[in-house]
Design a protein around this ligand. Structure first.
Ligand SMILES: [Zn+2]
Length: 613
């Protein structure tokens, strides 16, 4: 598919957690907690809040229609600000300073004064019912392969709660993530191909990590993508968690919009229409073999005139137009939908299909969509599906979708309206001073990698890994003290190998690497002993350097060990001569591997054997 000829336009919005000490509007730490550690919880129901101009947001309205109970898991680090029982504190200066640095790296203009705004959120992911956000910079750019991509806005925001569980009528959230400083960077819709989208996102990520002040790991950076093609519509795709699928997401969305436009043209030709009627079809399926329909308290359907064959048409790999309707049904807590393009099947007989077509007065050009379950939910879902099918006649609906793991997308909610912001009066505005603006731009990771190749003679791959490591400063510190390759081994290769071995390396930190590196410098372990030291620290992160030395045993015993061994194996050595070395080396290594350098052992053993011969 040639995306450029479709008039593809893509903008990317990146959300990145900042690695500050405190949260954005309180003094709580920004650490992820284990839900098991939660020591209390509270709950809220959503109230429909009106925005400033008095209109209920369409997205908000839909969320209310599927109203849920929100449960918040709290911790010993949770404060009253997070529970929305106390007003927010002042805007976190550290977060502001990092954000200014990033704005400078993206050639942006900063505002004179930062004003905090409230952005309505309706999914319960904020205890307040809104997210605080502040515009910091605008009108910047970055360059990709000679193309200039505009950077429209940079906002500092508070991170939402972490979703733990989405049950039918309840959502469980964890408060540990709420309020972690987040920056939101939005590019202009200047991106023209899926590949370029991926490159822009990768470069933005690299720029952000270059500050050394952003959080790392799954979920700490998220990409939303805005996509449209000519004659299509702006569709916002949420939560692309990994860069690997970003190009696919863009390509599949362009494909979906193109197919929806093709379907529209076909519907126009057929003079298709959608009726508002919702038919009660429960009686038809009284004795059906379909378990889903039989079990349902209520089965209802809608008539789509002129839609035959199109509901079953594929619009993205593995997803049909009918899947779009099923997404809506699922939003209302139903299992999905049935439609006549795929019936008879799933236990529904031909007689039942004929009967239902008769009741709704469908002819062979028409399609019928069925939903089953609780009567109220079914009606709610079908009403929304009718709205969605009406969009089929005009093309692509503007909406928010979520990225699936395979790069396809599912319906999430209508595109939020523009009137979602109003001022946060509890937080004073902050003036951006010349002093704040004087912060220097850090070395870019890609430049650092080049420097590592040149100065440390690392391979290109290893240089890239080390330059992008959150421990790059530690690496530089020790590259001169031990050697660049040994420092890289301790900080990168050894933990990676342990992880491959199934060891949980999550708790390894800077201090642990320091212990291993210092032990090498002090000659207390050989570089081969790194894995052993780190293995101990993975299991017991609290162990000190001296304790590790004790645990590894005294390396000083090696001379007497070799002496004793050689005496014991005198006859063996006499018989084998120099060939006795290999098997004996095995025995010594078994005892001293990791504690004494292999070369040193070999020399000592060779000498001892020669003495006996
Ligand atoms: Zn707090």
């Amino acid at each position: 598919m040639n995306c450029e000829s479709l008039g593809l336009k893509v903008g990317i919005e990146i959300h990145q957690q900042l690695d500050t000490e405190h949260k954005l509007f309180c003094c709580c730490p920004t650490i992820q907690r284990d839900v098991e550690e939660s020591n209390f919880e509270f709950f809220r129901y959503l109230r429909s809040k009106r925005s400033e101009i008095g209109e209920v947001d369409r997205a908000a309205e839909e969320e209310v229609a599927r109203s849920k109970k929100f449960i918040y898991k709290s911790y010993d680090t949770t404060c009253l600000v997070e529970a929305d029982e106390e007003p927010p504190r002042e805007l976190n200066r550290e977060a502001l300073q990092i954000s200014i640095q990033i704005a400078k790296m993206l050639n942006m203009k900063t505002v004179d004064e930062v004003h905090v705004m409230r952005k309505i959120v309706i999914d319960g992911s904020n205890t307040t019912g809104f997210q605080r956000t502040a515009l910091l910079a605008f009108d910047g750019y970055m360059e990709i392969d000679g193309d200039r991509i505009g950077i429209d806005t940079l906002c500092v925001e508070e991170e939402a709660c972490r979703k733990i569980e989405d049950r039918k009528n309840e959502v469980v959230y964890s408060l540990d993530r709420l309020g972690i400083p987040l920056i939101e960077i939005g590019t202009a819709a200047d991106i023209k191909t899926p590949e370029q989208a991926k490159k822009v996102a990768a470069k933005l990520g690299m720029i952000l990590r270059s500050t050394g002040k952003v959080k790392r790991g799954l979920g700490t950076i998220r990409q939303d993508v805005n996509i449209s093609i000519r004659d299509g519509a702006r569709v916002e795709i949420k939560g692309v968690q990994t860069l690997d699928i970003l190009d696919k997401v863009v390509e599949y969305e362009a494909l979906r919009q193109k197919n929806l436009i093709d379907i529209r043209e076909e519907l126009k030709k057929r003079g298709a229409s959608v009726e508002d009627n919702i038919f009660d079809l429960t009686d038809i399926f009284k004795d059906t073999k379909s378990k889903v329909l039989k079990r349902a308290k209520s089965v209802k359907g809608i008539l789509l005139k002129g839609f035959a064959g199109l509901v079953g048409r594929e619009i993205q790999p593995g997803r049909r137009l009918g899947t779009e309707f099923a997404d809506i049904a699922k939003m209302f807590g139903l299992g999905g939908i049935f439609h006549t393009d795929e019936l008879p099947a799933y236990g529904v007989s031909e007689e039942e299909v004929n009967e239902l077509k008769k009741v709704v007065n469908a002819n062979r050009n028409d399609a019928v969509v069925l939903a089953a379950g609780d009567s109220k939910r079914v009606t709610g879902a079908l009403k929304r599906i009718i709205e969605r099918t009406q969009y089929c006649l005009s093309g692509v609906p503007e909406e928010t979708r979520k990225a699936n793991e395979d790069g396809t997308t599912s319906y999430l909610r209508p595109l939020p309206g523009a009137a979602r912001m109003y001022p946060e009066t509890d937080v004073p505005a902050v003036e951006i001073t010349d002093e704040m603006l004087s912060i220097e731009i850090p070395e870019l990771i890609e430049d650092r990698a080049k420097r590592y190749v040149k100065d440390y003679r690392l391979s290109g791959d290893l240089a890239s890994v080390m330059a992008d490591s959150e421990y790059f400063k530690l690496f530089e510190e020790y590259a001169g003290k031990v050697s660049p390759t040994i420092a890289a081994r301790v900080i990168h290769s050894a933990p990676a190998e342990l992880k491959k071995d199934g060891v949980n390396t999550d708790r390894l930190n800077k201090e642990h690497f320091r212990i291993a590196l210092d032990l090498i410098i002090e000659g207390k372990i050989a570089k081969e002993g790194t894995e052993e030291v780190l293995r101990i620290l993975c299991k017991k992160p609290w162990v000190t350097k001296n304790e590790i030395v004790d645990m590894l045993g005294k390396a000083g015993d090696i001379d007497s060990f070799i002496e004793k061994l050689v005496q014991e194996k005198k006859d063996f050595i006499a018989e084998k001569g120099k060939h006795a070395f290999k098997p004996l080396m095995g025995i010594v290594m078994k005892e001293f591997r990791g504690k004494v350098d292999g070369k040193v052992i070999a020399e000592k053993l060779k000498r001892a054997i020669e003495n006996v011969i």
